[in-house]
Structure formats: structure tokens, C-alpha cells
Design a protein around this ligand. Structure first.
Ligand code: CA
Length: 225
């Protein structure tokens, strides 16, 4: 089993690589995001351990580019407990598992073995409404042959709506599913983000995919023209 560790804390990377070698893994280490991505794209690994905070490219960016290149090697992300990002983000972006630092070596090996047993996961299907397509695995959104750049929140909102086509969805439902359940702001934020989305996916194309249903919420039209 061949694995790649992308981790800029050299001592940690080396300790992991040495330990895993003793477990029968062949382990390579990269110490920045750019080098890590290059190796992950060009060499056949069975599993990748990816730190989030890296010089060059962040772990998130590495994962995004890897999936965009249709490389489905299982990825275990290392997250810092009080870091800027959390586990939900890692999983949203297509990581297969995560561990919070500091972790015990025994737990890391157990997670890696479980990932290897599972193998490369089935990728989520592309969600489509007319000529609008959202690919959750590659984090890509397109209208026809034009790429649309969405923020993480816009992406999640559109994904949620596309999973419930032609249904009336209340702002409260959206808030619960797209924002953290502990989010205590008001539903105006939903209106604001629906506005952002419309400006990207509808207005430039003269479409009305996301309808306002007065007093009830929103409806994404699957066959909208
Ligand atoms: Ca780091």
C-alpha cells in the first residue's frame, strides 16, 4: 500500500512516514501544497493524508484540484482543533475522512486501514436542472458550456435546492440545511444568498431558475427556461 503525506510540519510528516513504514506502508512525504498536488496527480497512491494549513496551496485547494482532475484517491484530512476550518468543511469538499490534531498514531493507522478497506468511494452524481449542472464531487458549476464560480456557501445552497427540484422550500428549511444548525441569525441571510445565486446562475443567462413563492419560500424549476 502506497501513501502520500502532505504535511509541512516535517517532523510530524517524518514520524508518520516512519511509523507507517513499520506497518508495511510505502509512505512518501510532501511538505507544501504544490509539490503534494503534483505527486498526487502523477503517482498512483492508495491513500493520501492531507494537512489543511500548508504553504503553496492549502489542503482545501489541493483536494479541490485533485477531484477536479478526477483523481478519486481516498483522502484523510488533518484538521486543527481551533483552526479556521472544521470537519464539516473537509467533508463538504470531498475528503473521505478527517482527524483532528493532535491525534494518536494508533487512531491514524486505524482510520487509514478503514479507508483502504472501503477503497475509492462512489462519487455523487451531477445534479442537473435544464442546462444548469452542479458537480458536487468536482465542486464545479456550469450553465451550458460556461463555468460559474460559486463561493462555498452559494454552492451548498444551490446543491440543496437542486436536490429538491420543483418543491417549495421554506427559508427556515434552507437555513437549517445550508447554515449551521446553531446559526441564530434571521432568515434575511437566505434572501441575500438567493440574490447572489440569481446574479450568477440566472441573470446573466436571462433565466429564472429560482422562483420566489410569496409567503412560502423558494422553488427551483428543473425545466426552467
Ligand atoms: Ca500545517
Amino acid at each position: 500500500m502506497r501513501m502520500l503525506i502532505i504535511e509541512d510540519e516535517r517532523e510530524l510528516a517524518e514520524a508518520i512516514a516512519d511509523g507507517l513504514a513499520a506497518e508495511g506502508f510505502v509512505a512518501d512525504a510532501a511538505h507544501d501544497g504544490t509539490d503534494g498536488l503534483w505527486r498526487a496527480l502523477h503517482e498512483p497512491y492508495d491513500v493520501i493524508v492531507l494537512d489543511i494549513m500548508l504553504p503553496g496551496l492549502s489542503g482545501y485547494e489541493v483536494l479541490k484540484r485533485l477531484r477536479a482532475a478526477k483523481v478519486w484517491t481516498p483522502v484523510l484530512m488533518l484538521t486543527a482543533k481551533d483552526g479556521e476550518y472544521d470537519e464539516a468543511d473537509a467533508l463538504d469538499l470531498g475528503a473521505d475522512d478527517y482527524l483532528s490534531k493532535p491525534f494518536s498514531y494508533v487512531v491514524l493507522v486505524a482510520h487509514l486501514r478503514a479507508l483502504l478497506r472501503r477503497g475509492a468511494p462512489a462519487r455523487p452524481a451531477v445534479l442537473v436542472a435544464d442546462d444548469l449542472a452542479l458537480d458536487p464531487a468536482c465542486r464545479r458549476c456550469r450553465r451550458g458550456n460556461r463555468d460559474i464560480d460559486l463561493t462555498a456557501r452559494e454552492f451548498t445552497l444551490l446543491e440543496y435546492l437542486l436536490r429538491h427540484p420543483d418543491e417549495v422550500i421554506s427559508k427556515t428549511d434552507i437555513l437549517t440545511h445550508v447554515w449551521d444548525e446553531n446559526f441564530d441569525g434571521d432568515t434575511n441571510i437566505v434572501e441575500v444568498y438567493v440574490g447572489y445565486l440569481r446574479r450568477k446562475i440566472d441573470a446573466p443567462f436571462n433565466r429564472l431558475t429560482i422562483e420566489t413563492v410569496r409567503g412560502a419560500g423558494y422553488r427551483l424549476r428543473s425545466g426552467a427556461r
